[in-house]
Design a protein around this ligand. Structure first.
Ligand code: ZN
Ligand code: ZN
Length: 293
């Protein structure tokens, strides 16, 4: 299996527009695992387009319960199930994730029961295990370590950055967060840091064309990170490669890759990739394990 990071959905916020990008979701293929990070609208389509067979789904991580990160969780697993999923799926998410899954199952009970009877499928309720997590180590087995750090995303209190390590490779996802300096320590030495980002000019343009613009602007400023500050985090973390995602705005033709790059030029001078749907990055080869002294 190739080891890669695929940005499936690169935009921040739940809206979709003609020809535009999808809300947040990523795929990390590492150490034989297929890890889906966040399940915004479009994640199932994104995985298929990325070449993943949906029945191979095995691990899903949800950073927080804003709909642009969780709306398609149930539909993804259900679609994998109708495509032939027979093996267990673990879903890790903050407090409330079990209720999201249970609510989805309740809403689809008619179809699920019908397909079990009519098509002889295994019971989807037995295949999925939801694990609610807080800060700390979620998983540490078979060389895969996943840790969570609570970040600053008001009014959501349970929002977690994720640090995923396998054979010396480290990939960190910021989740949604305001500028949060402790994230630099959490992301220390990451080979790839995937960080959310806002563009100041784009935010002004977005706010100008939105009905409740002032409230939207206040939320964005309190809960998300300007691109220049993302550069500060990446520099302090000594990240190997910075990938911007959860772009705000993501679909304003006036805000180009060059504009994002310029915004970061004063605070980050390492490798930079501006996220877009379908973007695939190979992971570095596994590194010899550092022995602890
Ligand atoms: Zn979001
Ligand atoms: Zn959010």
């Amino acid at each position: 299996m190739s080891e890669r990071l695929v940005v499936l959905g690169s935009k921040g916020g739940p809206a979709i527009r003609p020809g535009g990008p999808s809300p947040t979701a990523s795929l990390l293929e590492i150490g034989g695992r297929r890890i889906v990070i966040d399940c915004g609208l479009g994640v199932s389509r994104g995985l298929v387009e990325a070449g993943m067979a949906l029945p191979e789904l095995d691990l899903v991580l949800i950073t927080h319960l804003h709909s642009d990160h969780v709306l398609e969780l149930g539909p993804l697993i259900h679609t994998a199930w109708t495509a032939g999923l027979k093996t267990p799926v673990e879903v890790w998410g903050p407090k409330g994730t079990q209720a999201v899954w249970d609510g989805f199952l309740a809403s689809l009970a008619y179809d699920i029961d019908l397909r079990i009877d009519d098509e002889g499928r295994p019971d989807i309720r037995d295949l999925v295990r939801v694990r609610e997590f807080g800060e700390g180590v979620l998983i540490d087995s078979e060389g895969l370590t996943i840790e969570a750090l609570r970040v600053d995303h008001p009014p959501v209190t349970d929002c977690f950055a994720l640090r995923i390590t396998h054979e010396g490779r480290v990939i960190v996802f910021s989740a949604d967060t305001a500028y949060f300096p402790p994230l630099a320590e959490f992301a220390r030495g990451a080979d790839i840091l995937v960080h959310e980002a806002m563009h100041p000019d784009g935010v002004d343009r977005l706010v100008a064309r939105t009905r409740n613009g002032e409230r939207l602007k206040a939320h964005l400023l309190a809960s998300h990170t300007m691109a220049a500050d993302v550069g500060r985090i990446a520099t302090q973390a000594q990240a190997g490669h910075l990938v911007l995602n959860h772009l705000v705005p993501a679909d304003d033709p006036q805000i180009t890759e060059a504009d994002w790059t310029r915004e970061l030029s004063a605070t980050w001078n390492g490798p930079l990739t501006i996220g877009r749907d379908g973007l695939s990055l190979p992971l570095p080869a596994s590194k010899p394990q550092r022995k602890s002294a």
